[in-house]
Ligand binder design. Structure first.
Ligand SMILES: Nc1ncnc2c1ncn2[C@@H]1O[C@H](COP(=O)(O)OP(=O)(O)OP(=O)(O)O)[C@@H](O)[C@H]1O
Length: 380
């Protein structure tokens, strides 16, 4: 797939900016806080309808303006598509394909695919389990857009079940709670049904991703380190069968009944899953240097690229936000070799000279200054 052009209006610090991409690699150069990451964020939003920097649309709209727009033309094997996303300070966002508004946002996903790699990704290794769940979920949405809907339904059930558990916890001692317990049983079944759809998909994606990531990791680290990725679902199950997985949920819910009522919150389900990342059988978080942790993140990103390409049948975009200069020449070369000319890549940097000149060969260079993009560096 190829992102041909982008048009940003009142998005972050861009007023009205057109960008035409005319090379497989685009290097976006500028000082800090000029709008480089904002540009990549716009592409990320078109690919996933999410930003890893904010969950509030009002942050994305230019200051003082009521709404902002991102528009793009994407070329796929089957033809060209125009994507548009309108973000509002107040009210819901709207999405359109080829100038037709879509009722279901789900239908917008899967047209543009992108793998994002920024320094924040070190949180994949060092951060809380939530970072790894979010990463996994975003990958799943790209591989199978309907997963966005599945996850949304699960989260809705979770919220409603939590509200009910809170109500039960706060009941006066003499107040009968039978009616609420009948209601809770209905939510238990919903949690099991929706939770099993989430956990089965997470397990499947890890099963496919783990060997690819292990192989990349071996190549980059020179085979001295062995990466092991293990999905650790909160509800353990053995066979990928909906009935059996739901049964495992219901059994665990029964076991945790008392703590759940005492805490007033759901403690069973995929919102408590973990993905263990081990190097040579030691948790990566406590293993080795920052450089070794970077190698791991790089291997994960390369595995994401490869898996999306395998599943979608077309190479996704790669968004490298200020990470190239942080990789040593060996890792830079591994990355360059892996992407070759297959993956359209957008790279942000403060200095073009801060990474190997091979990167700028055949690349388009764009200069960003206070929300304006030029093909030449500005004089001042
Ligand atoms: N909603 C908004 N309206 C107007 N300006 C905004 C908005 N959100 C962010 N900005 C501005 O965008 C700029 C930050 O841009 P960006 O995050 O793309 O930086 P960058 O060029 O990637 O720099 P760095 O190298 O520091 O990451 C800041 O000047 C910030 O004030």
């Amino acid at each position: 797939m190829y992102l041909k052009s982008l048009h940003l209006r009142d998005f972050r610090n861009y007023i009205d900016q057109q960008v035409a991409f005319d090379a497989q690699k685009t290097i976006v150069v500028g000082n800090n806080a000029q709008g480089k990451s904002n540009l990549l964020e716009a592409v990320e939003l078109l690919a996933t309808l999410k930003s890893h920097r904010t969950s509030r649309d009002r942050d994305l709209v230019r200051e003082e303006m009521p709404q902002g727009h991102i528009q793009a033309t994407v070329e796929r094997i089957y033809g060209e598509t125009e994507l548009a996303l309108t973000l509002r300070k107040q009210g819901r966002r709207t999405v359109s394909l080829n100038r037709e508004n879509l009722r279901r946002h789900l239908d917008f996903l899967g047209i543009l695919n992108a793998v994002q790699f920024s320094s924040l990704d070190l949180d994949l290794v060092r951060g809380a389990p939530e970072c790894r769940r979010t990463w996994l979920d975003r990958l799943l949405v790209q591989l199978e857009p309907v997963y966005a809907h599945i996850l949304q339904q699960y989260n809705q059930v979770l919220r409603q079940r939590n509200a009910l558990l809170k109500k039960i916890r706060n009941l006066e001692a003499q107040h009968p709670k039978e009616q609420l317990l009948v209601e809770l049983a209905l939510w238990d079944a919903q949690l099991a049904a929706n939770g099993s759809r989430v956990t089965r998909r997470r397990a499947r994606v890890i099963e496919r991703l783990a060997p690819i990531a292990r192989s990349w990791h071996g190549k980059i680290s020179g085979k001295t380190e062995i990466l092991d990725i293990q999905y650790q679902p909160n509800v353990q199950w053995l066979e990928d069968d909906p009935t059996q997985v739901q049964q495992a949920f219901l059994e665990k819910i029964q076991q945790r009944r008392i703590p759940e009522e005492q805490l007033g919150t759901t403690v069973v389900g995929p919102h408590r899953d973990e993905v263990a990342l081990n190097i040579n059988q030691t948790p990566a978080r406590s293993y080795g240097s920052q450089g070794q942790q970077r190698t791991l993140v790089l291997a994960l990103k390369l595995a994401e690229l490869q898996l999306i390409e395998e599943v979608i049948g077309e190479p996704p975009l790669l968004l490298l936000d200020d990470v190239l200069a942080e990789l040593d020449p060996h890792r830079q070369n591994q990355l360059l070799e892996a992407i070759q000319d297959r993956f359209q890549t957008l790279i942000t940097t403060t200095h073009v000279g801060s990474f190997d000149a091979l990167w700028s060969k055949d690349s388009q260079i764009l200069w960003v200054k206070t929300g304006q993009i030029d093909r030449e560096p500005s004089i001042s």
